[in-house]
Write a protein that binds this ligand. Structure first.
Ligand code: SF4
Length: 372
């Protein structure tokens, strides 16, 4: 790091990076200075170094599918190209048999270790629909982890059942839910949510439901969807709301920053966002995520879905330690046309080996299954 040390000393974010190397994470003001800086590659050198210090030259991934069980939704987010209104000709809801068939095929063909279950806010689905699905998966495919339902889907089920979100989480956990994905956070600032998803739960509800999940022993991921109407202060606020909850609960296993893809969305139609933010911004967000969460949230994911395998390889050198999942069957991002490719474990393994790293196939809880 000697040449890097010199670069750090000359940089206007040098003090922040030096503190990071000494185990002191940036505060909100430092985070703002990182966002304002153009020294992306220097940030990446330091965040990559911190990552290798924790994980060595190794990156993990999970063999998984996304089960988008329904596209029926009454929440009409402006950034979403996936949803359909109840009664639309091309709306769908998978039956229990269809869910079983998809999981079975994926288990037989790909040896998946996780089903990531996400769908629209469908007012016709009772909690038993989810309980039956989770119970079936855990009983018939015990090695497949159930990682399911965003906080806003949990809120929808609570409203359908006229129950509390904590009670719904408790019932779903009893039925086999094992962890909660971070979707629905977008940017945890209500003035942003009021523009992009005015009918979705508020930022404080997202935090509260995650807090409830953690208190019930359900670990989770946290996400950030950037690159739309948010400003830098909103991003700082987002990061530090997650920091605050994590300092209390330690319930987040991973953080996943991903960029908004405008194609086929209302936000694109209304002229709010014309194009995605691209690769350099992804690397900056990955690097800042590692610096902000180092030692607090263990894993940062590469966000390959919208940025492709090549960018994911760079992300692994800029602070990500987990490639993410194979995400077979994903439909939400695919509706924007931005899905970069269909991935298999072979493509991911090759991509990680190409950068000289070992590959760790993992399970739903980031436990290693196989190292190559
Ligand atoms: S993002 Fe989710 S909640 Fe929003 S419209 Fe799409 S399916 Fe519905």
């Amino acid at each position: 790091m000697s040449q890097t040390t010199e670069q750090i000393q000359k940089s206007d974010i040098g003090d922040i990076l030096e503190n990071s190397l000494n185990g002191q994470r940036p505060d909100p003001e430092g985070c703002m200075r990182l966002l304002e800086s153009d020294d992306v590659h220097l940030m990446g050198l330091v965040s990559g170094h911190l990552t290798r210090r924790r994980f060595g030259k190794k990156a993990s991934f999970v063999n998984n599918i996304i089960l988008n069980y329904t596209n029926v939704c009454i929440t009409d987010c402006k950034f979403c190209a996936f949803y359909r209104s109840p009664g639309d000709d091309d709306s769908y809801t998978l039956t229990l048999d269809q869910i079983e068939a998809r999981v079975k095929t994926s288990w037989d063909m790909f040896n998946i270790r996780q089903v990531l279950i996400q769908g629209g806010h469908n007012p016709n689905l009772k909690v038993e629909y989810y309980e039956d699905a989770f119970r079936m998966i855990r009983e018939k495919f015990p090695k497949v982890g159930v990682h399911g339902l965003s906080t806003s889907e949990i809120d929808m089920i609570a409203r359908v059942e006229k129950s509390s979100t904590k009670e719904i989480l408790f019932r779903l956990k009893e039925a086999g839910l094992q962890s909660v994905p971070g979707a629905g956070a977008e940017i945890l600032v209500d003035s942003v949510k009021d523009v992009i998803s005015p009918k979705k739960i508020s930022s404080s509800d997202w935090i509260r439901i995650m807090d409830e999940a953690h208190s019930l022993g359900l670990p989770a991921s946290a996400t950030m969807m950037y690159g739309h109407v948010e400003n830098k202060q909103d991003i700082v606020d987002h990061f530090f709301k997650i920091v605050k909850l994590q300092e209390k609960t330690r319930g987040f296993m991973a953080f996943i920053p991903w960029n908004f893809e405008p194609n086929n969305t209302l936000m694109n139609e209304e002229g709010l966002v014309g194009y995605g933010t691209g690769g350099t911004q992804l690397l900056k967000m990955i690097a800042i995520s590692r610096l902000v969460f180092d030692g607090l949230i263990p894993h940062i994911q590469s966000s390959w879905l919208t940025n492709g395998v090549g960018m994911a390889q760079l992300a692994l050198q800029y602070g990500a330690d987990d490639f993410g999942g194979t995400l077979i069957g994903e439909e939400v991002v695919s509706c924007t046309g931005a899905r970069s490719t269909e991935l298999t474990d072979k493509i991911i393994t090759d991509a990680i080996h190409q950068i000289g790293y070992q590959v760790e196939e993992r399970d739903n809880f980031y436990n290693p299954i196989l190292v190559s």
